[in-house]
Design a protein around this ligand. Structure first.
Ligand SMILES: Cc1cc2nc3c(=O)[nH]c(=O)nc-3n(C[C@H](O)[C@H](O)[C@H](O)COP(=O)(O)OP(=O)(O)OC[C@H]3O[C@@H](n4cnc5c(N)ncnc54)[C@H](O)[C@@H]3O)c2cc1C
Length: 378
């Protein structure tokens, strides 16, 4: 009879790999199954910004907890993960946005997140290439940047070092409520629990989980060291991320250790086509040129699209299915899954082990919405 694992995780993106690492480090026997390569799905398409966001209290709690865990991990990360604490500057274009900067500063300060209000002069000193009429910004000092695919691989390798097993190029066809998974090639594995961490494809395995795709474009430039020094985002980004029903673009630029820059961002909810949408791309770049006119004169080296695994209430699903104690979810992290991978893995492992988590798990439990089980009949 084949081995029964304590936990089988389906999907080796940054979320599934982090869950595998946290479970294996808790001495559970773990099998991580990935259809392609580790970290090759949405996690390879993401920007890698480790950022505290406050669209809701629940989002703030999970993202700040996760950033704290990243920081604790940072000294152990291999070089290829490219951890660097650049900080984020949220840019205010007018007095109304400057008021939001002050409110955010108060909110973050009250909760122990280090921020600084930058006036017009301080903003220009911090980022000399921004256009001149901007009125100020908020510097979130401890936000960082990583290279997500290598981080996913690091998590999966840490699972292996703790006796976890990793299967790649192995697509799961069914997750069953009896705690088995069936692979496309006929292999079958049994687990105490099965975690659906298949990102945008979660819905193929658990048809009622409600996860849907939000398309995003990114551009990577050639190397221009020092052209920007922080991750710089317009305050309007928050509005763009918040509104789920319509397409949107916002200015968001990231420096990399190499001197290259990543330029985003766009969001489209009803777009299944993985090809570049040139209309959206042009709008996104116009937004960036508007904030940093010098960008018009630099070289881009590649453009791509990715799909964020979204949920209707903009919070991830972490925990057991309401319909089956054997089936768990770690999915639906939308545009924040690189950041919240650490918190998700820790939270899930604490729940599995029956330990009191450091943050409340209730806001992320799948039973808050009509999430169905996986089903034996897909
Ligand atoms: C343009 C863009 C920019 C982003 N920028 C950021 C950012 O700066 N910061 C941030 O925090 N987040 C960002 N995100 C969001 C982040 O990338 C995602 O939330 C995160 O990568 C989701 O990880 P995941 O593991 O759930 O999904 P994935 O990485 O897609 O992993 C799921 C895995 O499951 C596998 N799989 C699917 N079906 C099966 C099956 N049947 N059997 C086995 N395996 C299967 C897939 O092959 C895949 O590897 C961005 C996303 C996009 C698109």
């Amino acid at each position: 009879m084949s081995k029964i694992f304590d936990a089988i995780i389906v999907g080796g993106g940054i979320i599934g790999s982090s869950c595998a690492m946290h479970l294996a480090e808790s001495d559970l026997s773990v099998l991580l199954i990935e259809a392609k390569e580790i970290g090759s799905g949405t996690s390879a398409a993401g920007m890698g910004h480790i950022v505290v966001l406050d669209d809701s209290e629940e989002q703030f709690v999970l993202s700040s907890y996760s950033r704290k865990l990243w920081k604790e991990l940072s000294c152990k990360l291999p070089e290829d993960v490219q951890w660097k604490q650049f900080g984020t500057i949220w840019v205010a274009a007018d007095d109304e946005e400057m008021q939001i900067v002050k409110e955010k500063h108060a909110f973050y300060t009250e909760r122990g997140i280090k921020t600084e209000v930058l006036d017009k002069k301080a903003l220009a000193e911090a980022e000399p290439n921004l256009r001149e009429d901007l009125v100020g910004g908020l510097l979130v000092c401890d936000d960082a940047v990583i290279y997500p695919q290598c981080a996913s691989l690091y998590f999966a390798n840490r699972a292996k070092e703790n006796n976890g097993s990793v299967l790649i190029n192995s697509k799961v066809k069914e997750i069953n409520t009896d705690g088995t998974v069936l692979l496309g090639d006929g292999r079958k594995f049994s687990g105490g629990i099965i975690v659906n961490a298949a990102g945008c494809d979660s819905v193929d395995l658990s048809k009622n989980c409600g996860v849907f795709k939000r398309k995003g474009h990114l551009v990577v430039t050639d190397s221009y060291p020092g052209l920007i020094r922080h991750q710089v985002i317009e305050l309007g980004y928050l509005k763009s991320a918040h509104v789920i029903t319509s397409d949107s673009v916002a200015f968001n630029i990231q420096p990399r250790i190499s001197g290259k820059m990543l330029i985003g961002s766009s969001r489209q909810s009803n777009a299944d086509d993985s090809r570049i949408d040139h209309v959206v791309l042009a709008k996104m770049l116009d937004r960036a040129f508007d904030y940093i006119p010098r960008l018009r004169h630099i070289w881009a080296v590649r453009t791509w699209c990715g799909f964020r695994p979204a949920t209707p209430d903009k919070l991830p699903l972490i925990g057991p299915s309401p319909d089956s104690e054997k089936i768990w979810f770690a999915t639906g992290h939308e545009g924040l899954g690189i950041t919240t991978s650490t918190g998700t893995g820790r939270l899930l492992a604490d729940m599995v082990l029956g330990k009191q988590p450091e943050i409340p798990c209730e806001p992320y439990l799948p039973n808050r919405c009509a999430v169905g089980d996986s089903s034996d009949a897909q």
